[in-house]
Design a protein around this ligand. Structure first.
Ligand code: PGA
Length: 242
C-alpha cells in the first residue's frame, strides 16, 4: 500500500487528478471506476479543468461504484444525477461508455449480474477511485460484508443513512438499500486510489491501513491489493502511527 499525505483537500484532489490524467494520457481508452459523495468533488473539478486544457475523455469508459435503490436516475440525490452534474456534462465522455447501476431496475438481481458482465466486457477496471465511510465502508459495502461479494443489492447501515441525510430533505427520505459493486469487484481493479480528508475519517483510515484485515473494517481488505494508494489530507492521516 502506498500512502500519500497532502497538506490539504485541494492538494489531495490534485494528486488524485494527476493519477487519473497520467492513466488517460497513456491509455486513452482507460476504464475508470468512480465514486460519489463529498470527497471526490475536488478531483472532479480538477479533471474538468484538465479537460478544458486538453485532456481527452472521448474513449474513456466509466463504472460508478453504487447507486441508491429505489431512486430514479433523474432524482437530484441519485448518483447518476450527481455524476452528470459534477463531471460528465463538463467533459467529452461518450454517454454510452458511462455505466452507473440502475437504481430503478425492476429486477435488482438481474441488474447486478448485468453490471458485473459489463465490467468484464470492458476488460475490467484500470483505476478505481474510492472514498471511505466513517465506518470504513467502501462503495456501500458496510461492515460485515463478506470479502467475496460481487455487485449486489445491499442494505445501508444506520450510520450511513445518517451521514447521507444531508443530501435529502429528511433522513426518512434516504433510501435504505443500494446497488453496490462488491468488495471482490473492487479488488479486481488493476489499481485503486482511496481518497480521504478531514478529521472525521481519521479513525477509519487508521483501521483500514494499520488494523487487522477484517470484514468488520471493509477498507482493510485493501491491504491485500497489489496496487493501492491512499491519498489523505493531514487531518485524515492524524491517527496513523509511524
Ligand atoms: P463522503 O462519503 O465522501 O461523502 O464522505 C464517503 C463514503 O461514504 O464512502
Amino acid at each position: 500500500m502506498q500512502i500519500k499525505i497532502a497538506k490539504d483537500y485541494a492538494e489531495m484532489s490534485r494528486l488524485a487528478a494527476d493519477m487519473v490524467s497520467r492513466l488517460v494520457e497513456s491509455k486513452p481508452n482507460a476504464v475508470l471506476g468512480l465514486a460519489t459523495g463529498s470527497t471526490p468533488l475536488g478531483l472532479y473539478e480538477e479533471l474538468v479543468k484538465r479537460h478544458r486544457a486538453g485532456l481527452d475523455f472521448s474513449q474513456v469508459t466509466t463504472f460508478n461504484l453504487d447507486e441508491y435503490y429505489g431512486l430514479d436516475g433523474d432524482h437530484p440525490a441519485s448518483y447518476n444525477y450527481y455524476m452528470w452534474e459534477q463531471l460528465f456534462s463538463k467533459i467529452n465522455i461518450a454517454k454510452e461508455r458511462v455505466n452507473i447501476p440502475n437504481g430503478a431496475a425492476a429486477d435488482p438481481e438481474e441488474e447486478c449480474r448485468r453490471y458485473e458482465a459489463r465490467i468484464a466486457a470492458a476488460g475490467g477496471i484500470d483505476l478505481q477511485i474510492l472514498g471511505i465511510g466513517h465506518n470504513a465502508h467502501i462503495g456501500f459495502n458496510e461492515p460485515g460484508t463478506p470479502f467475496g461479494t460481487t455487485t449486489s443489492l445491499v442494505k445501508l447501515a444506520p450510520a450511513t443513512i445518517k451521514a447521507n441525510a444531508r443530501f435529502f430533505e429528511r433522513e426518512e427520505d434516504v433510501p435504505r438499500e443500494a446497488i453496490s459493486m462488491g468488495i471482490k469487484s473492487i479488488m479486481q481493479s488493476r489499481s485503486i486510489v482511496l481518497l480521504a480528508n478531514g478529521e472525521g475519517k481519521a479513525d477509519a483510515v487508521a483501521a483500514a491501513i494499520q488494523g487487522p484485515v477484517t470484514e468488520e473494517v471493509p477498507a482493510s481488505v485493501l491491504q491485500l491489493h497489489p496496487d493501492c494508494t491512499f491519498i489523505l489530507d493531514e487531518a485524515a492521516a492524524r491517527k496513523l502511527t509511524s
